[in-house]
Design a protein around this ligand. Structure first.
Ligand SMILES: *Cc1c(COP(=O)(O)O)cnc(C)c1O
Length: 236
């Protein structure tokens, strides 16, 4: 790994962490209340190794196949993998063994499949429910109104631990629109949490990416998923 790459990534990580801390401070929260998932989809193995060496241990990929590949290449490193993108049911068998969190569960049928696989492995999978907050047809996720009626069914799964919600802001409308989407997700979470079965916890809110993570933190994010800002100046 080149010293330039290592230095660049250390600096990017320090900047992102500084911005997280500053956004937390502005909203009266502690920086350590906000977890960073580093989305590695844009870069190759050397840059990911540099990031881990710089102290970032929680990594995310949005495509299952790429996650399998990366998890294999980096099996010697002490990292925790999150899948942050759509998981097809026929990829559950290979994906569950390599992930620590599923951040993007978008249907009951998928969660049932993940539960069966996690039961075979004897390892519970902490999971976030993806919500289509922006209402864009191209986005995956539960419709906001569909989630309440699903909670009792979700509480039956023994090996999928529901821990919170995940959402992405609309691509259009800039930061004001993003802020409205994030606030809506937080309010949905608060409403659902108020009368939720005991087996389900909705404490985590994964929202915010490179372009909008500070706004997301101001609106209550507990997890931000950041890719490009960590790899600025790094050629893939
Ligand atoms: C790519 C991706 C991210 C990170 O995006 P950046 O804008 O590069 O920070 C976060 N979440 C999901 C679901 C993604 O696919």
């Amino acid at each position: 790994m080149s010293p330039e790459l290592a230095a660049r990534i250390r600096q990017n990580l320090a900047e992102v962490r500084g911005r997280i801390a500053e956004a937390a401070r502005r909203s009266g929260r502690r920086a350590d209340e906000i977890a960073l998932v580093a989305v590695t989809k844009y870069v190759g193995e050397p840059a990911i190794r540099a990031l881990v060496e710089a102290g970032c241990r929680v990594l995310g990929e949005s495509r299952p196949q790429q996650l399998w590949e990366r998890a294999g290449q980096l099996a010697d490193l002490p990292v925790e993998w999150h899948l942050v993108g759509h998981l097809q049911r026929n990829k559950v068998r290979r994906t569950v063994p390599v992930i620590h969190w599923l951040d993007s569960a978008d249907s009951l049928a998928l969660i049932a499949e993940v539960d069966r696989r996690a039961a075979e492995l004897g390892r519970p999978i902490p999971t976030l429910l993806e919500v289509n907050i922006s209402g864009e047809a191209a986005k995956h996720g539960f419709e906001p109104a569909a989630l309440g009626p699903c909670l009792d069914a979700l509480a039956q799964f023994r090996h999928v631990e529901i821990r919170g919600l995940m959402g992405m802001a609309s691509l259009e409308g800039g930061l004001d629109a993003a802020r409205r989407d994030f606030a809506a997700l937080r309010q949905l979470r608060d409403r659902l949490r108020a009368n939720c079965p005991d087996a389900i916890r909705l404490d985590e809110l994964s929202m915010g990416m490179s372009g909008d993570f500070e706004v997301a933190i101001e609106e209550g994010a507990t997890v931000v998923r950041v890719g490009s800002a960590l790899f600025e100046g790094v050629t893939p």
